[in-house]
Design a protein around this ligand. Structure first.
Ligand SMILES: Nc1ncnc2c1ncn2[C@@H]1O[C@H](COP(=O)(O)OP(=O)(O)OP(=O)(O)O)[C@@H](O)[C@H]1O
Length: 830
């Protein structure tokens, strides 16, 4: 993880020097005059040309003239060293006008003097003090130093001589970042080694005298201290890199009086500093997306990481306090102000051990496997959708983002059909994944959908059953009616007496059966609707007395059926067509019945009187006949006999006629009886029909209630179906989204695969390169040490300075000359 870090800018003013005094004394001005006013430790006000006021600059710290080296180090470099020891890149660069004190701050007036030494030797002190203080036996430190200069746009190795160490190339790799290819990196084991390295490097660098600075740096110098910390415990490594940059001074060519080689140097210096200024301006002003022209100069390319890159950077601007350099001081402060706005992105340079790399590869392999599995699942979903009707919930599990995450972490997901993992955490992971799967909305939709389907099916069945029941009831009613009609016809032809009564019983029995069946159906229907069935009333009671014998040979009067309590016997107004027909028939039968009854009564009255009269006449005739027979037997007169025979025959005719009349009357009487029986039957039918209608009337509200309940249930179910349909639509949208995601994930997978291959390839290449670099470096160092007797030894424990002195006697002269330059300048200042 990288973190943002602003470039810190510190501003240091050196004391007024001899040259500046001299200039002002010669000009008749106050030689001690200063242009800077220090309001607090962060602010400096620079006096502009006469009358134009002051210009205020705010920095992370402002050091007035006379600030001790230690104070500058404490703020400028202490934190940076700590961060480098933690594996960060840190840069401290000094910028300013020539002679403003850059080298003084970075190296110090005397690098071996405790008070006068500058940031670089103090950093060395700090690093080795830290190593000495470290108590962790697993940590191994490896400190290396490189020392280069950029002179006239050429990068030269200051720790080795020869053309092969000049004009070195800048390279960049993901592991190392930006580095100078072929620059000598010598191992240092103490601060003395660092001092030696500085001394050697200094002796090799390009310096010259200008009118502004007796020993002026004619090149930009960069000391790089690599701090590598290896942890034996976990085989990990991290390497912090500290760049200590002493820039060559910007100068006004006219003011410094440069000409010839100095002029060319000055132009190159100014050119690279101008590019540096441009990069800083663009970094400060831009939105982070602008192209920064780092490659325009070697300096900016080398400092690319320090400017807007992976480095915690501190810019130390060195300024002159004297009015003689007002313009340059203001310009330097402007430069510092711009640099302050730069934000770097820093991160720890942790080098992965083989173990760590293997772990990363394993993780990536798991991720790829997880993504493949995810893709398989998604493909299954798509296949399912293709094969099934849209709007249905997939029969297969629809994985979600969490599943992808879990799969990429090597976990398994329950709905994917994977086996539970072994080990302590396996179960938990499966449980977790299972919870994710169970909680998935699609699964819930599927479950609800199937529930709905079941409800729908049950509803449909209920409705069908109800309709079938209704149909059955109607059929039974029709059958019963037909049977009644048939019974009517049969009874008209049936033998007199008990025969017609038996027909009624049969109808009554069948009707009871119909009622019993209806009750059973009603009970089933109520149970299906989830209601408590009422206890069915016994309809048999209504008919239990119907089979009573006739009393005294007289036809039994039709009995009224027992009416149910609280249910009055009402005239039927039921809406069915059949019921209307039945009513009509009942009315007809009733009318017929009344007519027959009155005829029968009339006939009965008339025939009874007539029979009595005829019987009386017959008796009289019999008496007369007997009397005449007695007279005839006593007189013996034949004429009288003929007369008597005539009377007898006449009387016999009359008797015969009377007998025929009586037979006819008896026939009428029988006919009347038959009519009476038919009347009874009709009465029975009427009663039964009324009962039936009443039953239907009773059932009607229940049926209506059940129907309305069903209707309401259907409405609710329809609403639920609509809701489910909406949820299914959402699910469809989700599927679209998932399909898009699948495509994205596929391309991401491809990308990851490619990246993995690239990384592996790059690692192999780097390893090969490192090995070859190492071998060549090793060879070079050995060659240098053995054959050419070079000045340093890249292994700890040897006094590099002593070896250097022994093998390079001329360097002592050069160092003396170099130091005398500083001393001269010191004297001048004093
Ligand atoms: N803070 C200071 N206190 C005392 N003397 C200083 C201070 N800064 C600089 N000097 C002196 O000023 C002179 C010039 O300093 P220095 O060489 O460090 O300048 P520079 O900016 O590196 O110049 P150039 O760019 O030409 O190399 C030196 O003699 C140095 O000792």
């Amino acid at each position: 993880m990288s973190e943002a870090a602003n470039v810190r800018v510190l501003c240091r003013f050196r004391p007024i020097n001899g040259r500046e005094r001299k200039e002002f004394i010669e000009a008749g001005k106050d030689p001690e005059q200063m242009i800077c006013k220090f309001n607090d430790e962060f602010t400096v006000e620079i006096a502009l040309e006469a009358g134009l006021g002051n210009k205020k600059f705010v920095f992370d710290r402002v050091y007035p003239p006379g600030t001790p080296q230690r104070d500058v180090y404490n703020l400028a470099a202490n934190d940076t060293v700590v961060q480098v020891l933690q594996g960060y890149n840190g840069t401290i660069l000094s910028y300013g006008q020539t002679g403003a004190g850059k080298s003084f701050s970075m190296y110090g007036a005397d690098i071996s003097n405790q008070e006068m030494k500058g940031i670089i030797p103090r950093s060395g002190d700090h690093i080795f003090q830290h190593i000495r203080d470290c108590k962790d036996p697993n940590l191994e430190f490896n400190i290396r130093c490189a020392f280069i200069e950029i002179y006239n746009e050429s990068i030269n190795d200051l720790l080795a001589r020869g053309p092969e160490h000049e004009n070195l190339k800048i390279r960049e790799t993901p592991e190392r970042g930006i580095f100078v290819e072929g620059a000598t990196e010598t191992q240092v084991c103490s601060v003395e080694d660092i001092i030696t390295v500085i001394t050697i490097g200094d002796s090799n660098r390009a310096v010259g005298s200008t009118s502004m600075n007796a020993v002026s740096s004619r090149s930009h110098t960069v000391i790089i201290i690599f701090v590598q910390v290896a942890n034996k415990a976990d085989q990990s490594k991290q390497e912090g890199k500290m760049c200590l940059v002493d820039l060559a001074g910007s100068e006004k060519v006219g003011k410094t009086g440069a000409e010839g080689q100095r002029l060319q140097e000055a132009n190159n210096i100014n050119s690279s500093l101008t590019t540096l200024g441009q990069c800083i301006k663009m970094l400060a002003d831009g939105d982070g997306k602008a192209h920064i022209p780092y490659r325009t100069s070697k300096l900016t390319r080398l400092l690319q990481e320090s400017l807007g890159g992976n480095s915690k950077t501190t810019l130390l601007i060195a300024c002159s306090p004297h009015p003689f350099n007002r313009e340059e001081t203001i310009s330097t402060c402007e430069f510092g102000k711009r640099a302050k706005a730069i934000k770097n992105k820093v991160k720890v340079n942790a080098t992965k051990s083989v173990k760590e790399l293997m772990a990363i590869i394993d993780k990536l392999t798991i991720q790829i496997a997880g993504m493949n599995k995810y893709i398989d699942l998604q493909t299954a979903v798509i296949e399912w959708y293709k094969a099934n009707v849209p709007g249905q919930v997939p029969a297969c599990y629809v994985p979600n983002k969490d599943d992808l995450k879990a799969l990429m972490e090597g976990k398994k997901i329950a709905a994917g059909g994977a086996e539970p993992e072994q080990g302590e955490n396996g179960e938990d992971e499966m449980k977790e994944a299972g919870e994710i799967a169970d909680g998935d909305v699609t699964v819930r939709i599927a479950s609800l959908q199937s529930q709905l389907e079941k409800e729908r099916e049950a509803n449909k069945m209920l409705r069908e059953n109800f309709e079938a029941d209704m149909r059955d009831m109607e059929n039974k009613l029709k059958e019963a009616q037909d049977k009644e009609d048939d019974s009517d016809e049969e009874s008209s032809d049936a033998p007199k007496g008990k025969g017609s009564k038996g027909g009624n019983e049969k109808i009554a029995f069948e009707l009871q059966q119909v009622i019993a069946e209806r009750n059973a159906l009603k009970k089933q229907l109520l149970i299906a609707l989830g209601e408590e069935p009422e206890d069915s009333e016994s309809y048999e009671d209504e008919y239990e007395d119907e089979s009573e014998e006739e009393e005294d040979g007289k036809p039994a009067q039709p009995k009224q059926p027992q009416q149910k309590k609280d249910k009055p016997f009402t005239t039927i107004q039921f809406g069915g067509k059949k019921i209307q027909e039945l009513n009509r028939k009942i009315d007809e039968v009733e009318a017929q019945n009344e007519e027959l009854q009155s005829n029968f009564d009339q006939l009965k009255t008339n025939s009874g009187e007539e029979i009595q009269q005829l019987n009386n006449q017959l008796q009289l005739l019999r008496n007369e006949c007997n009397r005449l027979r007695g007279i005839s037997d006593t007189d013996g007169d034949d004429s009288g006999l003929d007369e008597k025979d005539k009377v007898i025959r006449s009387l016999e005719k009359e008797v015969k006629a009377l007998r025929e009349t009586v037979a006819a009357m008896r026939h009428e009487q029988n006919k009347s009886k038959l009519l009476q029986q038919r009347l009874d039957q009709a009465q029975d039918k009427f009663v039964k029909a009324q009962t039936r209608v009443q039953e239907l009337e009773d059932v009607k509200p229940e049926s209506q209630t059940a129907a309305s309940k069903l209707e309401r249930t259907l409405q609710i179910k329809n609403q639920e179906i609509q809701t489910f349909q909406q949820r299914l639509d959402i699910s469809d949208q989700r599927m679209d989204y998932l399909q898009k995601q699948l495509v994205e994930q596929s391309s991401l997978l491809q990308k990851l695969k490619k990246e993995k291959q690239d990384i592996l390839k790059q690692k192999e290449e780097d390893a090969r390169k490192l090995l070859s670099d190492f071998e060549s470096q090793k060879q070079k160092l050995q060659d240098n040490m053995l054959s050419k007797a070079k000045v340093y030894k890249p292994v700890s424990g040897t006094n590099v300075a002593q070896q250097l002195a022994a093998s390079n006697p001329d360097i002592i002269q050069r160092l003396k000359a170099f130091k005398s330059g500083w001393c001269r300048d010191e004297q001048e200042n004093q």
